[in-house]
Ligand binder design. Structure first.
Ligand SMILES: C[S@@+](CC[C@H](N)C(=O)[O-])C[C@H]1O[C@@H](n2cnc3c(N)ncnc32)[C@H](O)[C@@H]1O
Length: 261
């Protein structure tokens, strides 16, 4: 089974099931508690700071089912949002949300069925790190290929070198297996890896979210104090973006394709 088969199989059979009103993906990887609500919403909306307000076509690479209301806002000013995913279930759910404001294409990020320079913008959240580590560069170059010159791709990725991740790796050393291994393939390159795209794009890395859901559920209580802690975290990310990028769990990589629009 290839990595793509494994990921697609997981999302088809499990990840995008919503028997209890929340997708299995969200139950695994999102902090769904009330105290976290304003924070996670503000993080999702950070993507908007890097997208044009309007345009013809925006690509959502690994769209999933457009699972949160803030995600719908990314394409509000665009004539079409083109959702690409390996999972048909994801695309069917996305269609329920966007209807004829979307197009739904079952395809791989490694082989996007669009001509060069087709899109005014692109987003890809939590997807590139599920691509085979040896093929992630190809996936990012595909994203850049289909963008118009001067257009942007916003990628939410993971930071494997932050202190907390290093400590977790140290603590795990010597134990058999990996207690944190998820149900699907995951690999994140160091943030310095993104410099290789400087030949094709201006590369900027900014904070998206400091803690993953496991960490925030463990460290921050679901009450008024917790809500204050989340507000402080957001204020830290806004005031000290460099420090928050290097210490945070999920960076946002903004690639602006070189060339004249
Ligand atoms: C973790 S989910 C993220 C979904 C959505 N972007 C979000 O943030 O909620 C990853 C999605 O990417 C899709 N995916 C993973 N690898 C892919 C690939 N190589 N090509 C196309 N889609 C892929 C999966 O099927 C899944 O729907």
């Amino acid at each position: 089974m290839t990595i793509e088969d494994q990921v697609s199989d997981f999302y088809e059979k499990t990840g995008w099931q919503d028997d209890s009103g929340e997708y299995a993906d969200a139950q695994l990887w999102e902090d769904l508690r009330p105290a976290a609500a304003a924070y996670v919403s503000a993080c999702r909306r950070k993507v908007l700071d890097f997208l044009p307000a309007s345009g013809e076509r925006i690509l959502d690479a690994g769209s999933g089912p457009i699972q949160y209301p803030e995600y719908v806002e990314y394409s509000a000013g665009f004539a079409k949002r083109v959702c690409v995913d390996l999972s048909q279930r994801a695309l069917d759910e996305a269609r329920d949300k966007l209807g004829d404001r979307g197009e739904y294409v079952r395809a791989s990020l490694l082989d996007l069925p669009f001509p060069d320079g087709h899109f005014d913008a692109a987003v890809s959240l939590h997807t590139i790190y599920h691509v085979d580590r040896e093929r992630q560069e190809d996936a990012v170059r595909e994203l850049l290929r289909v963008l118009k010159p001067g257009a942007r791709a916003v990628v939410v990725y993971a930071n494997p070198d932050r202190l907390a991740a290093r400590l977790m790796r140290l603590a795990r050393r010597g134990r058999r297996g990996s207690p944190d291994a998820g149900p699907i393939y995951f690999f994140a390159h160091p943030l310095s890896w993104w410099r290789r795209f400087s030949d094709e794009a201006a590369v900027e890395i900014v904070p998206w979210r400091s803690l993953n859901a496991n960490e925030s559920r463990r460290l921050i209580p679901d009450n008024a104090l917790g809500a204050r802690m989340f507000r402080a975290l957001l204020a830290f990310e806004n005031a000290f973006p460099r420090a928050a990028t290097w210490s945070g769990c999920y960076p946002m990589v903004v690639l602006t394709k070189r060339g004249r629009p």
